[in-house]
Write a protein that binds this ligand. Structure first.
Ligand SMILES: [Zn+2]
Length: 309
């Protein structure tokens, strides 16, 4: 029994906790991920005061990042999904580290749009035409960056296209967020199925059929089904084997120290003009909304640091 399996048995994840699972099927031809992320996305909504269509767009992106974080080998590595589009949201960024900490934000959180023709939150319209980039920081000199253009701007299809076109890994992705009438998050989750090298056409076709006939993911999760049930159902009879189960949460890595360093890095000239303005400086972390207050004396000390650097 692997270490991961032992941990999982000794530490059952509570029903109230968000988590991601990873497994394989078809003799290793298929790699599968599934996630339940309602609490994580609700926390993002609460921090950023996102309107429903933005909650859906950000929640889908963060859910995808949470699942992709399970591929990282070290807790210190991270993976980010960045979306830039012509729509009113502007951009979305979500980052997951290897320990299940996920953070994210949308450039414009207060976008409101009519529902689309299917009666759903119009994420595609809110994002518009654009590009999706995946950045993997694996602790090497340079991060790995891959980009593809958005194909539907609904995020799941765009990510599937990215995996297939940029990483040559044919993939199926489903991501969904349901929002309550009071704008809080009802349910959120997703799955990713990937064909590994050597997968047969037969397996590819079978998975495509399974995904097509699978119920609407958010409805399925809202009925109380778990990520395990999602993958067991999608991969029924295909020797699905669960390899890992990891709790995930909204958690930012910002610290006062990090924000101070960012402020120092704006350079002497800008620090001098801040000091000349004579007012305390307030900084807000984009990713989590946490505020940091610096007195004018502290800014003066930063100027000293900038000069000696
Ligand atoms: Zn932060």
């Amino acid at each position: 029994m692997s270490e991961t399996m032992r941990d999982f048995e000794n530490n059952p994840v509570s029903q109230l906790e968000d988590y991601v699972i990873r497994g394989t099927a078809c003799d290793g031809q298929v790699l599968a991920f599934a996630a339940t992320t309602s609490h994580m996305v609700e926390e993002a909504r609460r921090r950023h005061h996102t309107k429903p269509v933005v909650t859906a767009a950000l929640g889908r992106t963060m859910t995808a990042a949470a699942m992709m974080g399970l591929q990282l080998k070290q807790d210190s590595e991270d993976i980010s999904i960045q979306i830039k589009g012509s729509g009113p949201i502007g951009g979305i960024s979500a980052v997951s580290d290897g320990a299940g900490n996920v953070r994210g934000y949308a450039e414009n959180p207060d976008v409101e749009l009519p529902l689309n023709k299917k009666g759903k939150l119009d994420v595609a319209e809110a994002i518009g035409i654009g590009v999706m980039s995946i950045v993997k920081d694996l602790g090497l000199k340079e991060p790995y960056v891959g980009s593809t253009h958005l194909v539907t701007s609904e995020i799941a299809e765009d990510l599937a296209y990215y995996f297939t076109a940029s990483e040559q890994v044919p993939s199926a992705v489903a991501l969904g967020v349901l929002v309550n009438p009071d704008e809080s998050v009802w349910t959120s989750g997703g799955y990713i199925l990937q064909l590994l090298p050597g997968a047969t056409d037969e397996v590819a076709e079978m998975l495509q059929e399974r995904c097509t006939s699978f119920p609407q993911l958010t409805t399925y999760l809202a009925e109380g089904h778990t990520p395990e049930e999602v993958l067991n159902s999608l991969l029924e009879g295909l020797d699905f084997e669960l390899m890992a189960r990891v709790p995930v949460r909204f958690k930012c890595n910002c610290t006062r120290d990090r924000v101070e360093r960012a402020l120092i890095s704006i350079g002497e000239k800008d620090l001098v003009s801040l000091i000349e303005e004579g007012e305390d400086v307030d900084m807000t972390c984009h990713y989590c909304g946490q505020g940091y207050h610096f007195t004018i004396d502290e800014v003066k000390q930063m100027l000293e640091k900038a000069r000696t650097q």
